[in-house]
Write a protein that binds this ligand. Sequence first.
Ligand code: MSP
Length: 620
Amino acid sequence: MAEKFFLTTPIYYVNDEPHLGHAYTTVIADILTRFHRLFGDRVFFLTGTDEHGQKVAEAAVKAGRSPQDQCDIMVQRFQAVWEKLDISHDDFIRTTEERHTKYVQDVLQKLWDDNEIYEAEYEGWYCVPEERFWTEKDLIEGNCPSCGREVSRLSEKNYFFRMGKYQDWLIGHLKQNPRFILPETRRNEILGFLAKPLGDLCISRPKERLAWGIPIPFAPDFVTYVWFDALLNYVTAPESRGGGWWPATVHLIGKDILTTHSVYWPTMLKAAGLELPETILSHGWWLVEDAKMSKSLGNVVKPLALADKYGVDAFRFFLAREMSLGLDATFSETALVNRYNSELANDLGNLFSRLIKLLHQFNQGRIPAEGLPDKADPPTAVWDRVRSLINEYRLNAALDEIMTYVRSLNKAVEDAAPWKAGKTDPEGTNRFLRSALEDLAAAACMLWPVMPGKMTELLAALNLKPCASPLSSLKRSLSAGHLLPEKASLFPRVKYEPQSEAPKTPAPSAPEIPLVTIDDFRRIQLRVARIVGAQAVPGADKLLKLEIDLGTEKRTLVAGIAKHYKPEDLPGKSIVIVANLQPAKIRGVESKGMLLAAEDDGKLILITPESEAHPGSKIG
Ligand code: MSP
């Protein structure tokens, strides 16, 4: 019976553009599943998008759209890139789909009914402008690590999953199942993490702070924490297809999301009474000039541009070949061009065009009927090794095997020198050439998971369908007398054009300021406001509640300026505010807008108009 192979990729956040990192995971996933399809396994390949949470909600406000519209637009970018990169997923799940939201709510209800979730106060450091909590250790010099502004101590009711009680069980599971987290270094990392006490997990967000999430069925004022929602996609999708697929064979992820997958996820599954995945396979990080890719460094590598320039298959080949699954690798276009020219143009492409040329020279371009009499079947031994390496997720080693085999075929042609031998022994030469074509076809089948487009093209030139027949019957499948194309140029050599290299990383001293477009800026409404009243917020020593006049309306705004201004000094002052910031409830006070202040050596100085300006005046 065919074995089941169910592989997942992370579901990607829709607020980002797909970049090299996303493309890597998805291409590797596609290659692994295609290998398993070749092995004759029953394959299910799942990918998708993670659509809830603060970032999407913010991006939607910025774009002036509803969060759902924002997702519907952004998801298409991922789908278009996957189509271009020949990704053959069986399902694409979006966390805003009804099948998913319903499943998440069912699991939440079950965990609540089983007393796996409880209600408690959550206390942490809250950044007003960023509208989010930080823990003590996140803070940088006591301030928000993201925007650098002051934070205030807040406490709020929330719901918690009893994750901590599964700590010993999880350690036991990791110890008994060495393949649960691969590679081993990552498993050790998680064992190290679990050596410290494991707390419970806050799985709710009050709707007044964040409405864009899945409502918690037993707590109508709350939505689910985005990770609790996202991880469950791995079960929603197979269950919605009639079941029979869960547990996953492998969750392929980047090392950045190892803890959520190896700690949160198994404990959630255990509590819900669901089986655990067999393996969590964590790959390394693509760096650009040894730095993390980031928009602010301007070094984000765009997969579509590379696929357009060098071809989808060469790009896929490079991704799989260049990075040792598990370790970090540095991306450079020069390395891509070098790989392309040495292995694709020289080794593989050259072998193909050489054989075709020789057959046109000695057999009118037709495939000879007989191969070498003493030649064994095409390389089943190589294929067996490739298969066991793929089963161990050692993709690089598997590709090494195949490329070494391709080089050995080239060498065999060199050694036989058919261009000379054909003149004296045409029959023997034709036998040799047929056998060489059989071997090349076998190599093309083995490389089909990596380069499905080009290998289909190569096999079609030999009148073969990609991998329709197992390697052992290829010998018979090659049709005698088939006319080969005049010329084959599968991988024409490419030149390295330095101007297209990813932009240089700025010197470390350069400020990392992400640029915004004028349209981005215009979406932010800055206005003059007059403070008409100010008072302290009980229990929050950094906050002041301000009553402000905006000309046409009066508003309340909460600002973290209590350490710098006394409430009695503020009325009458003109200030500048962001007028169209999403309202937020802070310490039970609805705050509408954010005031602007300069920070000078730890001191906050309010920004005010240089001369009298009417409340409500636009700034821009
Ligand atoms: N939405 C979460 C995942 C939820 S899964 C239940 C998320 N999304 S993400 O859009 O940020 O994608 C993260 C994944 O993208 C990484 O785990 C990795 O697979 C891939 N990569 C992103 N940047 C990368 C590199 N620079 N290098 C390699 N892959 C990285 O996290």
